[in-house]
Design a protein around this ligand. Structure first.
Ligand code: GAL
Length: 676
C-alpha cells in the first residue's frame, strides 16, 4: 500500500502529503489517483536493496509538503528555503542552476535555447541533501521558487511605487509541480548529501547500468549507405593506421528499406550478415544497428504486428504499442533470430524523442489505452526495457544508444545522443547527466577545421560512450591532415582509461555513484565545464579557439594526469594545454588502474597486465573492478572489487572487498607518476 492523499475534488484545497517509507531512505506520497503507467512502472526496475541499505540516512521527507487534485490537475508543493540551491530536472544543456524558473518537462528533440529535452527526468536535487522525483507519464510543469500561493509563508508585499526592493518574482518558498491528470506520485530520496540523494535515486531504479567492457572502447558509425565491403575496409583502415575500434555502428542503409523500417538486412548491401558480423568479431569489433522503431508495410513482421499499432504513423511507419506484450514478443523474436543470433551487440534507437512535426500527436490512441501524450513520455523507456530484457535472456550484456529517455532509466545500458552539435552544450549536457541518472554520448561528427576535430574527439574520449558518428559526413579520425596524431592520442587515452572507467561504472551499478559527476555534487561548485570522472580524475575539456582555461581544483593537492606534476591545491588555476592534451587532473594519493600504451582496444584478455598509476601522497589508494566483461554472472557475485593500496614501503597491495577471490588475478605493475 502506498501513502494516499485523498485530495479534494473540484474546487479542492491543498492537503498534507502522507509520506510512506518504501525503501531505506526513500519515501513515497500520492496525490489523487495512482495514474498508471508512471515513469518508474514503465521502466520496471527493482530497487537495489543491498546498495540502498549501505547508504546512510539523511533528511526525511518534508512534512510541510502538500498536494491537490482538482479541476483536472494534480499538483504537489514541496517547501524550499531561500538559500537552497536546486539542480537537475532532466538532461539539460543550459546551465545547472534550476532555482527561480519554470520548467516544462516533456520528451522532445532538444534544440538550442528552448525547453525541449531528450530526457526530461522530473527529478530535482537540493543542496540541502535530498532529491524529489515527480513520477508521472504526463508532461509536467515544475515551478522552482516562484508562483505564490495564498496562505503560504510568503514575503511581505511591497509598494512598487516607493520600494526599490519590489520584486517581480517574490520567493514562493516551494517547488510546485503540476500535471493535467488524475494523480501524481512523488518520491523523496534522503541524502544526507546531495550526492547520496542521487545515489539513492539510481539505486532505487535498480542501480546504474553495467556496460560490457568492450562498450567502453571506441565506437565508429559508418556512412548510411556503406555496404559490408566498405565497412570492412573502413575497419581495416582503422587498424592499419593504429586507431582503436571496438564497435562499428551501421546506419539506416543496413536495412532493406528505411525509414519506415523493415528491420531486415539489405540483401544488396549486406548479402551475408552472419558472415559479416562474425568477421568483425574475429577482429574484436562488435556490430551495433541503427533503427527507428516505426514499421514499414514491407517489414516481414508488419502483419504479425497488426492490431498492436497506434492510430498515427511516423514517417509513414506504424508505431508499435510497446505497452503490449504481444507487440514486444513479435519484435524481439524477430530481432533475436535475425540480429542477436548472429552476434549483433546492440541497437541505436533513434527518433523516440521526436519533434512535434513528425511524432504522433498528443491525441493519438494506442490499443493499450495510452494516449499519445503519455506514450511519448515513456516510449524510449519501453524500448530500452524490452531490448534489455531480450539481451538478458541471452545472458550477454548489450550497450546501445537512444535519443529519448526519462526517469527510471539508470539501469539501462543506453547513452543519449542528439542531432544538435554545440560543443559547449554537449559539455553541459554531459555534466547534467549526473543529476538525471542517464548517460550521454558526446559524439564527434565533423568539424570546420583540424583544431575543432581534435577538441571534439577529446571530449568524446571522456564521455560515457566515445563515438565518431560519420553517418552523414563520412569523416574519419584521420580526415584532417596534420591532426591525425592528436586524434589518435585522444582515442588511445580512452582505451588506456578503460580499467578505471569500468571500475567507475561498477560503482555506478553497485553504489549508484554517477560516472560523470557535476562539481555541485562533489563540493558544491557551480562549474559547467569541468567534472569529476569517477572518484579521482578531474576532466576539463577544451573548446575550439580556447588557448587556455580556468580549472577549479577541489580541496587537496592535484596532479597533472599526463606528467605527474603538482598543479595546485584547492585553488583556481589557469592551464594552457597544447592541442594534443586533454586537461585531466588526479587527486592526491590516487591510484589509477590503466592499460599500458599499445593495447589495441577494450577487448583485452583476462591476463592483460594493468598499469597502476600512482600520484601524490606517500600513502596511495584506489579501486579496481574486474569481471568476465560480457555476461550477467557479476550479478551472482562473479566479480572482484579490489581496494588497491601503496604504503610507505612502496609496495602495491590489493585486497578483495567484494565478489569472488578467484577473479581479478591479473598482474598489476605500479608506475610512479611523481609528486610524493
Ligand atoms: C538521425 C540520427 C543520426 C543518424 C541519422 C541517420 O535521426 O540522429 O545520428 O542516425 O538519423 O539517418
Amino acid at each position: 500500500m502506498v501513502g494516499i492523499l485523498v485530495a479534494a475534488g473540484l474546487g479542492g484545497s491543498m492537503g498534507t502529503l502522507v509520506w510512506k517509507p518504501v525503501a531505506p531512505g526513500v519515501w513515497q506520497a500520492q496525490v489523487g489517483r495512482r495514474d498508471l503507467p508512471t515513469l518508474m512502472t514503465a521502466a520496471g526496475g527493482t530497487p537495489a536493496k543491498v546498495g540502498l541499505e549501505g547508504l546512510g540516512r539523511g533528511l526525511a521527507a518534508d512534512s510541510g509538503s502538500s498536494g491537490m487534485a482538482a479541476g483536472g490537475f494534480a499538483s504537489a508543493r514541496i517547501p524550499i528555503e531561500p538559500s537552497e540551491k536546486i539542480y537537475g530536472l532532466g538532461l539539460q544543456m543550459h546551465g545547472l542552476n534550476r532555482r527561480d524558473g519554470i520548467y516544462r518537462l516533456r520528451v522532445d528533440h532538444y534544440s538550442s535555447g528552448n525547453e525541449r529535452l531528450h530526457a526530461p527526468v522530473p527529478l530535482y536535487v537540493s543542496s540541502r541533501g535530498y532529491a524529489v522525483l515527480f513520477d508521472t507519464s504526463r508532461p509536467i510543469t515544475v515551478s522552482v521558487g516562484i508562483g505564490n500561493q495564498r496562505g503560504a509563508p510568503n514575503p511581505p508585499a511591497r509598494d512598487r511605487n516607493t520600494d526599490p526592493a519590489w520584486d517581480a518574482q517574490p520567493f514562493s518558498g516551494a517547488v510546485e509541480a503540476s500535471v493535467q491528470g488524475p494523480g501524481l506520485t512523488i518520491y523523496w530520496f534522503e541524502g544526507p548529501t546531495p550526492m547520496q540523494a542521487v545515489q539513492r535515486y539510481n539505486l532505487f531504479c535498480g542501480g546504474g547500468a553495467m556496460p560490457p567492457r568492450w562498450a567502453l572502447g571506441f565506437w565508429h558509425r559508418t556512412p548510411s549507405l556503406a555496404d559490408q565491403n566498405a565497412v570492412s575496409s573502413e575497419v581495416s583502415e582503422f587498424e592499419k593506421r593504429g586507431f582503436p575500434i571496438d564497435v562499428i555502428g551501421l546506419e539506416p542503409g543496413w536495412q532493406s528499406s528505411s525509414y519506415p523500417c523493415t528491420f531486415e538486412w539489405s540483401a544488396k548491401r549486406f548479402p551475408n550478415p552472419g558472415r559479416f558480423v562474425k568477421d568483425m568479431s574475429v577482429k574484436g569489433v562488435r556490430v551495433n544497428l541503427w533503427t527507428n522503431p516505426y514499421v514499414s508495410e514491407k517489414s516481414p513482421i508488419y502483419e504479425a504486428l497488426e492490431g498492436h499499432f497506434g492510430s498515427h504513423m511516423v514517417w509513414l511507419g506504424a508505431v508499435p504499442d510497446m505497452m503490449q506484450p504481444a507487440a514486444q514478443k513479435t519484435l524481439t523474436d524477430y530481432f533475436q533470430n535475425e540480429h542477436l543470433r548472429i552476434g549483433v551487440s546492440g541497437y541505436k534507437i533513434d527518433e523516440v524523442d521526436g519533434f512535434d512535426n513528425w511524432l504522433w500527436p498528443d491525441h493519438a490512441a494506442f490499443p493499450s489505452g495510452l494516449s499519445g501524450v503519455q506514450m511519448r513520455q515513456v516510449y524510449g523507456l519501453l524500448w530500452q526495457r524490452t531490448l534489455e530484457d531480450l539481451y538478458r535472456k541471452e545472458g550477454r550484456r548489450s550497450f546501445g544508444l537512444v535519443r529519448g529517455s526519462n526517469a527510471g532509466s539508470s539501469r539501462f545500458p543506453y547513452a543519449i545522443y542528439s542531432d544538435t552539435y554545440d560543443h559547449r552544450e554537449y559539455l553541459t549536457g554531459m555534466i547534467s547527466t549526473g543529476f538525471a541518472g542517464v548517460l550521454w554520448c558526446a559524439e564527434a561528427r565533423d568539424a570546420a577545421n583540424g583544431e575543432e576535430w581534435v577538441r571534439r574527439m577529446q571530449t568524446a574520449a571522456v564521455s560515457h560512450i566515445a563515438q565518431l558518428n560519420a553517418w552523414a559526413s563520412g569523416t574519419k579520425p584521420w580526415s584532417f591532415p596534420g591532426f591525425e596524431d592528436a586524434v589518435r592520442s585522444a582515442m588511445r587515452l580512452r582505451i588506456q582509461l578503460v580499467p578505471y572507467l569500468y571500475t567507475a561504472f561498477a560503482k555506478y551499478h553497485f553504489e549508484g555513484l554517477p560516472v560523470i559527476r557535476p562539481m555541485a555534487l562533489v563540493d558544491g561548485g557551480q562549474e559547467m565545464d569541468q567534472f569529476l570522472l569517477g572518484d579521482d580524475l578531474l576532466a576539463a575539456p577544451m573548446l575550439t579557439g580556447q588557448r587556455s582555461r580556468k580549472v577549479r581544483l577541489p580541496k587537496g593537492r592535484w596532479f597533472d594526469f599526463h606528467t605527474g606534476v603538482l598543479v595546485g591545491s584547492g585553488e583556481t588555476i589557469e592551464v594552457q594545454p597544447g592541442l594534443e592534451t586533454i586537461p585531466l587532473f588526479v587527486r592526491d594519493g590516487a591510484l589509477i588502474p590503466a592499460l599500458p600504451t599499445g593495447v589495441k582496444n577494450a577487448s583485452y584478455g583476462e591476463s592483460e597486465p594493468f598499469e597502476v598509476r600512482r600520484y601524490g601522497a606517500a600513502h596511495a589508494r584506489g579501486w579496481l573492478y574486474d569481471d568476465d566483461g560480457t555476461s550477467f554472472a557479476y550479478e551472482q557475485g562473479a566479480y572482484a572489487m579490489r581496494e588497491l593500496q601503496v604504503g610507505t614501503d612502496g609496495a602495491l597491495v590489493s585486497n578483495l572487498k567484494s565478489g569472488k577471490p578467484s577473479l581479478g588475478g591479473r598482474k598489476l605493475n605500479l608506475r610512479a607518476m611523481g609528486g610524493t
